[in-house]
Design a protein around this ligand. Sequence first.
Ligand SMILES: [Zn+2]
Length: 80
Amino acid sequence: MRIYAVLLLTMVIDLDHLLVNPVYDPCRCSIGFHVLHSYPAIVLYAVLLLFKPTRIWGIGLLWHIATDYADCLLQPFYCN
Ligand SMILES: [Zn+2]
């Protein structure tokens, strides 16, 4: 149950989308664009994996990045 809560909370990193205009663009790759989806942020999430108390956060955040990245890979097929 606690793990499920953490995984849900990792979705809040998408709040950084609210900092830009337009808020959502299906043809824009989030990775490397938004503050919390930048490469330094991803490195930080990987560091979280090294420590047991924060490991679940690292897994959740990197999973979020992985799913966003999968979207980026699919974009050439549905964006001009
Ligand atoms: Zn995201």
